[in-house]
Design a protein around this ligand. Structure first.
Ligand SMILES: [Zn+2]
Length: 374
């Protein structure tokens, strides 16, 4: 068990051992049992709190770190945040601003207050623009999809602050304060999400054909005109980092098509990257689908229902978006003489940032869909 370094000061604030006087003069109680604490700030041992009774108990580092990080933000009244175009627009900030410092005005930052069905860790109110921002401090697991959906439904901007790289060993409160208040690379917007992605974030498009046909260009989707033949299904699958994402367009009854995004972590490779990649795919599809006038969204199922008279247009737009944003790397690998097996191995090994440079100069990209159009 790590040494106890966080405590509740009589002012009601959560403090670190470095912030308080030595001995009983620290005026602190235990965050868990409320027993008075003594601050042991000697020359030899690492500074820590002890219970006055001398009886120590189990406590959770994550819980204390979480409480202390929230205190830092409330004390500062604001924090630095990363910006992207969508969130800048939502907050009424200049879109070209890379990062911004958000400062609560009027109402101080509040903790654990409900907003609809969610109870964010903190709520910051930007007075001059009259907009609220939910702040989520992450010390273990991230925010689940239901909560993200709720932020979206309420149009409540929500920022996640990732503090998982602050274990008790060699803990430095100054570095934590920097990460919480000044730095931005450990912060992610849960809503609004960034605009549709540029192509460089996803680099693989794998079709859903049997193995012997894999690597052949996908046929352009042929959605039927009325009267409708049997249901059609077109799928493209993206290996975004280590998640597999399947986007399917299905005939739904006689009237509609249904666009569905299914995410699946591969094996035990559910990583932060996968978590980040999958919603971006959903965002891409949403961008295409919602660009059309009539649709019904079912966020829980990750589907959009599009009326039949717009079905062909949406399906075509999806394919175009796929060819624009997703790199059909299969073709390129085949051109270099790679076998399918090697190709799949390559995909499994490849990570963003670790991608091997192509050994031959890149050919102009050959769009498999436009070729079929001719
Ligand atoms: Zn205690």
């Amino acid at each position: 068990m790590p040494k106890l370094v966080f405590a509740l000061h009589e002012s009601g604030r959560v403090l670190h051992i470095a912030d308080v006087a030595s001995g009983l003069a620290c005026q602190c109680t235990c965050l868990d049992c409320r027993e008075p604490l003594v601050a042991r700030k000697g020359e030899v041992r690492e500074h820590h709190f002890g219970h006055t009774s001398g009886q120590e108990h189990d406590w959770a580092w994550e819980t204390h770190l979480h409480a202390y990080a929230k205190q830092l933000i409330m004390d500062a009244g604001g924090l630095a945040v990363p910006l992207h175009a969508t969130v800048a627009e939502h907050l009424g900030l200049a879109a070209e601003t890379k990062d911004a410092r958000l400062q609560a005005g009027g109402t101080p930052i509040q903790q654990e207050i409900s907003r609809g069905a969610v109870r964010p860790d903190l709520v910051l109110h930007l007075a001059e623009r009259d907009v609220e921002i939910a702040l989520e401090v992450r010390v273990t697991h991230g925010c689940d999809q239901a909560k993200r959906n709720e932020f979206k439904r309420q149009r409540l901007a929500a920022l996640e602050i990732d503090l998982r790289r602050f274990p008790p060993e060699r803990f430095d409160p100054k570095k934590l304060a920097d990460a919480v208040l000044l730095r931005t690379e450990n912060k992610t917007w849960l809503w609004p999400l960034p605009p549709p992605p540029a192509r460089d974030w996803v680099y693989q498009l794998v079709d859903e054909l049997p193995p012997e046909e894999a690597g052949q260009p996908l046929a352009k989707p042929q959605l039927p005109r009325k009267p409708l033949p049997p249901p059609v299904s077109l799928q493209f699958r993206v290996r975004a980092w280590r998640a597999a994402v399947t986007v399917s367009v299905l005939q739904e009854g006689e009237e509609h098509i249904c666009v569905r995004v299914m995410e699946m972590a591969i094996g035990r490779m559910a990583t932060t990257n996968a978590e980040q990649a999958a919603p971006r795919i959903a965002e891409l599809v949403e961008f295409v689908v919602t660009g059309h006038s009539s649709y019904a969204e079912n966020p829980r199922a990750g589907t959009w229902l599009v009326p039949s008279w717009e079905a062909t247009a949406v399906a075509n737009a999806l394919q175009e978006a796929a060819s624009r944003y997703l790199i059909h790397e299969n073709e390129q690998r085949q051109a270099q003489g790679a076998t399918l097996e090697a190709d799949l191995r390559y995909r499994r090994q490849a990570w963003p940032g670790q991608r091997p440079e192509p050994s031959t100069p890149e050919r102009p990209r050959d769009n498999p869909y436009s070729r079929r159009r001719g």
